[in-house]
Design a protein. Structure first.
Length: 181
């Protein structure tokens, strides 16, 4: 304990100012909630699938649930079953071991379903695209509606991708399958 107190005394108090945050997206919160209700009539349910990533994208997705972003308060929640989901949020390159599981999750998701590829690996195959264990990007198996590039993309970009997918859903006819964009 005394060693910790000595270390604190030697280090001193930080003199740098706290960096300014980018809270511009928070002003759109009420409009976002209304968009979700207009499109779905309830909360947006997302099933997140790791198709073989390094977990960098998952850490950024988990940050969306922290008190700063608080996407639950915006009407977006993650579900455990694709049968309850409106959207599949897929990270990582499509590995051979996960190919069938991803296809089954897609088949189990009710229409109109959306697919969002998060991270460079899901969008293009990333640094793993030449691997023997990888089938390639997610678009080789499923119709991808929105891609969110980055390695890993920041939480705000993931949120913008989710919102873009929601806008795609708004323009889709009721019982049609989405087209690849």
């Amino acid at each position: 304990m005394w060693q910790l107190i000595k270390q604190i005394a030697r280090t001193g108090t930080p003199d740098r100012p706290v960096p300014e945050g980018d809270d511009a997206w928070r002003t759109e919160g009420h409009r976002l909630q209304q968009d979700i209700l207009d499109v779905l009539g309830r909360a947006l349910c997302i099933r997140e699938i790791d198709a073989g990533s390094c977990n960098g994208c998952e850490l950024e997705i988990h940050a969306l649930n922290n008190p700063y972003y608080n996407i639950e308060g915006l009407g977006i929640r993650f579900v455990a079953s694709p049968r309850h989901a409106d959207m599949l949020l897929v990270t990582g390159p499509l590995t051979l071991n996960m190919k069938e599981a991803v296809q089954r999750a897609y088949d189990a998701t009710p229409y109109p379903k959306l697919v969002v590829a998060v991270g460079e690996c899901a969008c293009t195959g990333g640094m793993f695209k030449e691997s023997y264990a990888v089938c390639g990007p997610l678009s080789t198996l499923l119709p991808v509606d929105i891609t969110v590039p980055g390695c890993p993309p920041p939480p705000i970009e993931i949120l913008r991708g989710i919102l873009a997918a929601l806008r795609v859903k708004r323009t889709m006819p009721a019982n049609s399958s989405p087209a690849v964009t």
